[in-house]
Structure formats: structure tokens, C-alpha cells
Write a protein that binds this ligand. Structure first.
Ligand code: SAM
Length: 211
């Protein structure tokens, strides 16, 4: 169980005693209509089934401690106290990949964005205790639109961007909602360091759905 005196930062050497304005993200509106290439619009589910008691506890108590600040530049020094390679995952689902990578690279910093509360709660349980190994101190989360955070990351600063199985939005009239559109892709390119990696995973089914 996470308590108010949680030691999340200890395992990976991150000081979370004085986090910079960590706060809950504002409530989001799903299924907005309008120009889908406009940043800060969110499509898809934000809420699922009622969270279990401990999941709700993690959302209420752990998430505010490790949330990306609501405004200002999003840089490694701000999030982790000093410069380190930054990884950015768009739509992490339940956070399995992010947690796996964060555990593998304890000196790197991970920013994960996911609007779906159930997924965030699952990711928080990995952060609280990854595979029985202890907490992950090198993850920061944003429960909301990845593009909102990405715009605040200085150019040329990400070592990795992950977009794994993005929502395919198969209907032609929803095509502009896809993350793989010019606006988001240009933004990702601008934020990656020279030599940084963009890791995109698509299934054949989702590629076919998008055609
Ligand atoms: C098909 S799921 C894939 C989840 C995970 N990456 C995986 O491979 O299992 C797509 C995810 O993207 C999230 N998503 C949709 N729009 C997003 C946005 N604007 N910012 C961040 N995540 C978003 C959804 O909530 C969903 O969890």
C-alpha cells in the first residue's frame, strides 16, 4: 500500500520530497467534435469501470506525487532534478511497456501520458511496486492528452518516443483523430534529439483498418 509517506523516489535516486507543483490533471471531455488535428483535443474513453479501492487510493495519493506539472516547460531537470535521457510514451495503456523500460533503465526518465483512468491506475500499481522488486522512481505521468505535454517539452530533448498500437480510428471520417497525422508526427520529430528514436508499433489489422 502507498501511504502519504511513500518512498517512490528512493529506488532510482529521485528526490520526490519537494515535487514541482504536482497536481491532478483537469477533468477531460471525451468524444469532442471539431478539428481533430487541433492539439489538446481528446478522443476516446477517459473513464471505465469504477476503480477498486486500492486503485482509487493510488490515483488520489500517488498520482499527484508523480504527475507532470500542469504548466511550464517539461524538462528532465524539472521532473527528476537533473538532466538524464528522457523517454516519452503516448497512450501507455496499462503501462506495462513503460514500467518494463523504466525498470531496465533506472538512470533514465520516463514520461507516460494516458487519458484512460483505469490504465493510469494500472500503471500506478507498477510504479508502486514493479514485479515485487520495489517502486519505480523514474516515471512521471500525465492523465490526459499526450500532445498537451509534448508541446511543453523543449525541442531536441527526447531520447525516445513510443507510440505503441495507437487507436486506429478506422472510419475515414475519423482519420484525422489518428495520432499518426502530420501535426502530431511533426511535433514528435521536433522534440526528439538528433539520433533519438521514434518507436511505433502497429498491427497489420490496425494498418488495414486505417487504409
Ligand atoms: C489501442 S490503445 C494501446 C495501448 C498501449 N499502447 C498498448 O500497446 O497496449 C491506445 C491508447 O492510446 C490512448 N490515447 C488515445 N488518445 C490519446 C492521447 N491524445 N494522448 C495519450 N494517449 C491517448 C488510449 O486511451 C489508449 O489507451
Amino acid at each position: 500500500m502507498i501511504s502519504s509517506g511513500c518512498k517512490i523516489g528512493e529506488r532510482h535516486g529521485t528526490d520526490l520530497q519537494n515535487p514541482p507543483r504536482f497536481a491532478k490533471a483537469p477533468a477531460m471531455t471525451a468524444h469532442k467534435e471539431g478539428d481533430p488535428t487541433t492539439l489538446n483535443r481528446l478522443y476516446g474513453r477517459a473513464k471505465g469501470k469504477k476503480l477498486r479501492t486500492h486503485q482509487q487510493h493510488l490515483v488520489d495519493h500517488l498520482l499527484p506525487q508523480i504527475s507532470v506539472p500542469l504548466d511550464g516547460a517539461v524538462a528532465a531537470e524539472v521532473l527528476f532534478g537533473y538532466d538524464r535521457p528522457l523517454h516519452f510514451e503516448i497512450g501507455f495503456g496499462g503501462g506495462e511497456h513503460m514500467a518494463y523500460r523504466a525498470n531496465m533503465l533506472p538512470d533514465h526518465g520516463f514520461i507516460g501520458c494516458e487519458p484512460f483512468e483505469t490504465g493510469v491506475a494500472q500503471a500506478l500499481s507498477h510504479v508502486e511496486n514493479y514485479e515485487g522488486l520495489g517502486p519505480l522512481g523514474n516515471i512521471r505521468l500525465h492523465m490526459g492528452d499526450a500532445l498537451e505535454v509534448l508541446t511543453r517539452i523543449p525541442d531536441d530533448s527526447l531520447s525516445f518516443v513510443y507510440l505503441l498500437h495507437p487507436d486506429p480510428w478506422p472510419k475515414a471520417r475519423h482519420a484525422k483523430r489518428r495520432m499518426m497525422n502530420d501535426g502530431p508526427v511533426d511535433l514528435i520529430a521536433a522534440k526528439l534529439k538528433p539520433g533519438g528514436e521514434f518507436r511505433l508499433a502497429l498491427t497489420m489489422q490496425s494498418i488495414c483498418a486505417m487504409r
